[in-house]
Design a protein around this ligand. Structure first.
Ligand code: CP
Length: 333
């Protein structure tokens, strides 16, 4: 059984699940649970972020994560600025760190960043003073996706220990698989990475033990949940991929899903390649928790933003006053 909650959340950044303790993960989930009634109901949420400003700095496309962070921040009363990489001065060779520092100088409390380079959120966190939340960096981590997966699992099973989750598909390119692996291990559950050999290669970055299998049919009877991953064609430079062969071995069909444990649920972070990794029948079927995951995402992001900005504000209250750069600014003597 994973250890419970620390008394107070102390991190101003959320960069990954690898660094968090089980207690911190559970604290985030318990906080998210309290926000859940405010995600879809027309019930006014506590205005914990009133007067705060959040920047959505997305350098890769997103539907769920950007929208979800936006709704989460706005429901808590924050103002959200949307940054669009394609129309920004990044196209004039301004660096990511200069971009982040410049927008922070306009007055920010948090930056939510998605970037195609591994470690981008950590680099930004070192460069700015405000909170930084990782919304996905290359195939490294996507911590709020992992957390929303855990919230959906807990709703179904009432616990997060002793579960087996088969994570199936394009593991090699998946930040979701990595965040789930770290989080599930800490919570006392088991992740099994399943896919063809070409998608199970390239996991040398992982410092924790990894269970792997190329045989989905053999693994399914052990699974409480089956998490299907999108085949990430945009990251496939030089990968020889045969869609028909992939479907024969790994597509989640209703017949295949029947091999999983009774009551097993189906997860998918989205976006879905319908008819490739998953059939319509399964994606839209009674065991699918896919849209429930999306709802959980808003609550998880409300929790992450409010806890991280809360820690930032405690830091700001106790920090030595910084030089004020404003109308009264004078150069140092
Ligand atoms: N799950 C997820 O990250 O989806 P988006 O790419 O649409 O944000």
């Amino acid at each position: 059984m994973a250890k419970r909650t620390p008394a107070q959340w102390t991190r101003k950044h959320l960069l990954g699940l690898e660094d968090l303790s089980a207690g911190e993960i559970l604290h985030l989930l318990d906080t998210a649970e309290k926000f859940l009634p405010y995600t879809t109901a027309r019930k006014a949420a506590p205005q914990k972020l009133k007067g705060r400003t959040v920047l959505n700095l997305f350098c890769e496309d997103s539907t769920r994560t950007r929208t979800s962070f936006t709704l989460a921040a706005e429901r808590l009363g924050a103002r959200v600025i949307q940054f669009h990489a394609a129309t920004s001065s990044l196209s004039k060779n301004e660096t990511l760190l200069d971009t982040a520092r410049n927008i922070e100088a306009m007055g920010l409390d948090a930056i939510v960043i998605r970037h195609q380079e591994r470690g981008a959120s950590e680099a930004v966190a070192k460069a700015v003073n405000c909170s930084v939340l990782n919304a996905g960096d290359d195939s490294h981590e996507h911590p709020t996706q992992g957390l929303l997966d855990f919230l959906a699992l807990r709703h179904k099973f009432g616990r997060l220990d002793g579960l087996t989750v088969g994570i199936v598909g394009d593991i090699r390119h998946s930040r979701v698989a990595r965040s789930n692996l770290h989080g599930l291990a800490k919570l006392g559950s088991r992740a099994i990475f399943v896919g063809p050999a070409l998608f199970l290669d390239g996991l040398d970055d992982l410092t924790v033990p990894v269970e792997k299998s190329t045989d989905l049919n053999a693994i399914l009877p052990e699974c409480d949940a089956v998490m299907m991953l999108r085949v990430q064609f945009e990251r496939h430079e030089g990968v020889a991929f045969d869609a028909e062969e992939y479907k024969r071995g790994y597509q989640l069909t209703a017949k295949r899903l029947a091999r999983a444990k009774k009551g097993a649920i189906v997860l998918h972070p989205g976006p879905i390649n319908r008819g490739l990794e998953i059939t319509d029948e399964v994606a839209d079927g009674p065991q699918s928790a896919i849209l429930h995951q999306v709802t959980c995402g808003v609550a998880v992001r409300m929790a992450a933003l409010s806890l991280c900005i809360g820690a930032l504000e405690r830091e700001r209250r106790t920090a030595r006053p910084r030089r004020r750069w404003g109308p009264d600014w004078k150069p140092a003597p």
